[in-house]
Design a protein around this ligand. Structure first.
Ligand SMILES: *Cc1c(COP(=O)(O)O)cnc(C)c1O
Length: 428
């Protein structure tokens, strides 16, 4: 594969940006080599600056459920942009997006728009602490909730990818307010409530983990969290930044029928633009400024272009209800990968919920971060490059989710499985 121009750009970028990137996993450190610089996206494809055309399963790390440069999203973005890029005052689109979110998520009566998932979670945790008048937050190892101080302890995503175990820059006092438990381990949660119940403000969880690779909740796990938090007077926060509008229109809470107190959103709701949101019942949300004293603000929050693209994306998802279709495509890919691995004699575990999946290079099962960590990362790296050589762009880390979009068709899926068949043989 010709990477001439990408390599040139990367060399320049490395002088100017730490690691040559603006978000760590993009640097390809876990798989070695040079990241591709992207010139454009077309539906299910990325085209890099050297002209390589690749089937894309990163999809901007989740937002692009409609695929790249979806016509309706591009049109609304240009239309709204012509009217101005930002007003610093309320505009109609943010009301529409809030209405769509409230209608979709049974647990949400009010939302606050922010600019990223990180902000959404950070603010939701502050709100939970204010509401309960308690300090401690329980999270799960390998869960990623953005890069705010208290939440990157034993985090997933880039923290897992880079194997970062220390926490320079984070005061001890803040780190101590986070209690980290193994995902899917309800007994550990029971124990922590026995030990610290009266001090726990919230349990925050990805209802389907997506940042240690995809790890679905065991049956009863989310129900158990709901019960334990309620009994202890703590809030349950679902971080649905990935799963919201991905696994169902109403997110993982609709899929599993477990309602959290607060929900964090991002990714899909921005239609490819920087957006996040957090929401919940009026009774809790009324604490948020200016209604209440929990301060949260943003110069570009509710940005009209981002809101309009979010509204357009959600309306398409609501009206076309494509979740059976995404399930079909996801299943076809997962089954194809599983068979290809068996043919090649490579032990793998494919975890999948709908259109999000991960191929782990371990026998499995993969039900928590320790299990995910047993994956053969060298084999993953070889597989990653072998796929890229065959025109398939998967996340450059074992600990990330692959995303199928509505722009993918059976043709792309089958070509991906063909590529995987060869790549697995080569990487084995
Ligand atoms: C991506 C992600 C975040 C952070 O969102 P950003 O927009 O990158 O700040 C938070 N939580 C989860 C579950 C995510 O996947």
């Amino acid at each position: 594969m010709n990477q001439h121009r990408s390599k040139e750009l990367y060399a320049k970028a490395c002088n100017l940006l730490p690691g040559g990137v603006n978000s760590p996993v993009r640097a390809f450190q876990a798989v070695g080599g040079t990241p591709l610089f992207i010139a454009r996206g077309e539906g299910a494809y990325l085209v890099d600056v050297d002209g390589n055309r690749l089937i894309d399963y990163v999809c901007s790390w989740g937002p692009l459920i409609l695929g790249h440069a979806h016509q309706e999203v591009v049109e609304i973005a240009s239309q709204v942009l012509r009217l101005g890029s930002s007003f610093g005052a309320p505009s109609p689109w943010e009301v529409d997006l809030a209405q769509l979110i409230v209608d979709a998520l049974p647990s949400v009566e009010m939302v606050r728009m922010v600019n990223s998932g990180t902000e959404a979670v950070m603010s939701a945790v502050r709100l939970a602490r204010a509401y309960t008048d308690r300090d401690l937050v329980v999270k799960f190892a390998g869960g990623y909730h953005g890069h705010s101080d208290g939440l990157i302890v034993q985090g997933g995503s880039g923290i897992a990818t880079l194997g970062i175990t220390t926490r320079p820059g984070i005061p001890q006092a803040i780190a101590e307010t986070t209690l980290t438990l193994p995902y899917n381990d309800l007994e550990a949660v029971e124990q922590v409530f026995q030990d610290h119940g009266e001090r726990i403000a919230a349990v925050i969880v990805e209802p389907i983990a997506g940042n240690m690779g995809v790890v679905p909740p065991r049956p009863g796990f989310l129900e158990g969290l709901r019960k334990l938090t309620r009994e202890a007077g703590a809030l349950l926060i679902f971080d649905e930044v990935i799963t919201g509008f991905r696994v169902r229109y109403g997110g993982a809470q609709a899929l599993y029928g477990v309602l959290p107190d607060l929900t964090c959103l991002g990714k899909i709701i921005g239609g490819g633009f920087p957006v996040g949101a957090f929401g919940g019942p009026r009774e809790i949300m009324r604490l948020v400024a200016p209604l209440g004293p929990v301060y949260q603000a943003g110069t570009l929050s509710g940005n009209p272009v981002a809101m309009a693209c979010g509204v357009t994306t959600l309306r398409i998802l609501r009206d076309r209800n494509p979740y059976d279709r995404l399930e079909e495509l996801g299943a076809r890919l997962a089954e194809g990968l599983q068979e290809a691995a068996e043919e090649a004699g490579v032990p793998v575990t494919v975890n999948r919920v709908g259109s999000m999946l991960t191929l782990f290079f371990t026998e499995g099962p993969v039900e928590n971060f320790d299990d995910a960590n047993r994956s053969d990362r060298q084999r993953f790296s070889r597989f990653f490059w072998a796929m890229l050589e065959r025109g398939v762009y998967i996340p450059p880390s074992q600990f990330e989710a692959w995303f199928v979009s509505l722009a993918h068709t059976e043709e792309e899926i089958d070509r991906t499985v063909d590529a995987a068949r060869e790549a697995l043989r080569q990487a084995g």
